[in-house]
Design a protein around this ligand. Structure first.
Ligand code: ZN
Length: 344
């Protein structure tokens, strides 16, 4: 799930713990219909979902068509077979997939890549947080997962070269969406992590840069910031109906301090490629930055996440399906955690 914040304004409804907002004009979708091999690149069939009548009248007959027709869909399996990496015994190892993505290549000129996420305090503002000039975040349930959405006044940002991207929100998937194809070329295997966090950043001119952090749920020690956050999310998870967007506006939701930098692992490299949103409408305007090392978290926290929204991962988008997908080139560049972790 990687949805833009506040896709459409919605009517305010009853003040429940999570105040339900009306569904947008977009038709319903879910992760459930995916098959590994049956339906080409868009295994969930999102591209074939017909619009509702009012949307059709505006010409959006198949509003998610890009999910099926796009040539740069996400997620993908990142091909590390020419530079095999050691993997902890924790993640699930699966047979190699026939994704045929090109082996990762080093970027000729490494990017200046800096994560500057600030501390923030939760508020109960709901939709209004978007215009809030203070440093706040809210818990938002969009029917496909819970995301942490930041106010306009939040200063957390991502710097890539001379470009600045503001952190809009982050959210979770279980298990991970991106996979790694690694091991010796004679005997490769696929590494599938237990979960994935997407930090969604946007530039002033609308470009999206998403930082993907894999989650390894076999940590020897639990991760206190992550566990604390997941415990909170579990409290707020009262909606399972899909299509609705809701914000936690209860008193319980205010005054929670969060430091997203603590959710950034001590990675050594970043894998980058051009891809798409991993949820409808699957728009191909996303530059992905996948960190090479996972965040070690507790098995309990992974179970809690998966209990809230089971199997919320889009399958990797294959290049040998019915669509026009092409083998993907992923580039790697070094990451310098010592610089990243000064803001604590
Ligand atoms: Zn996502």
């Amino acid at each position: 799930m990687l949805s833009l914040r506040y896709i459409a304004p919605a009517l305010f409804a009853a003040a429940a713990c999570l105040s339900p907002m009306s569904a947008t004009a977009r038709p319903e979708w879910n992760h459930g219909a995916q098959t590994e091999n049956g339906q080409g690149p868009d295994g969930a069939g999102w591209g074939h979902i017909d619009a509702e009548e009012d949307a059709a009248a505006r010409g959006h007959l198949f509003p998610y068509a890009e999910c099926s027709l796009g040539s740069h869909q996400s997620p993908i399996a990142i091909n590390l077979t020419q530079h095999p990496v050691a993997v902890n015994p924790g993640p699930k190892l699966e047979p190699p997939q026939a994704d045929h993505n090109l082996p990762v290549e080093a970027l000729a000129h490494p990017l200046q890549f800096r994560i500057h996420y600030d501390r923030s305090d939760s508020s109960r503002e709901g939709l209004e947080v978007e215009a809030d000039l203070h440093n706040h975040f809210v818990f938002e349930n969009n029917g496909h997962g819970i995301q942490i959405a930041f106010s306009k006044g939040y200063r957390g940002r991502l710097s890539i070269g001379h470009d600045t991207y503001h952190l809009l929100q982050f959210h979770f998937h279980t298990p991970s969406e991106h996979l790694f194809l690694t091991g010796h070329s004679q005997n490769p295997h696929t590494v599938h992590y237990d979960g994935e966090i997407h930090f969604v950043n946007q530039s002033d001119d609308g470009r999206l840069a998403v930082v993907a952090v894999l989650l390894d749920g076999h940590a020897a020690n639990s991760h206190s910031e992550f566990d604390r956050l997941i415990d909170r999310l579990s409290h707020f998870h009262s909606l399972e109906e899909t299509g609705a967007t809701a914000f936690c506006t209860e008193a319980d939701c205010s005054g929670i301090r969060l430091n997203p930098m603590k959710l950034i692992p001590h990675a050594h490299a970043v894998y980058t490629y051009q891809g798409s949103l991993t949820t409808p409408p699957c728009s191909e305007n996303v530059n992905w930055y996948v960190l090479d090392k996972p965040l070690p978290v507790s098995d309990r926290a992974i179970h809690a996440l998966n209990h809230m929204f089971p199997y919320s991962n889009r399958f990797t988008q294959k290049v040998d399906g019915l669509g026009a997908a092409e083998p993907r080139q992923v580039h790697a560049f070094p990451y310098h955690p010592a610089v990243q972790h000064v803001r604590r």
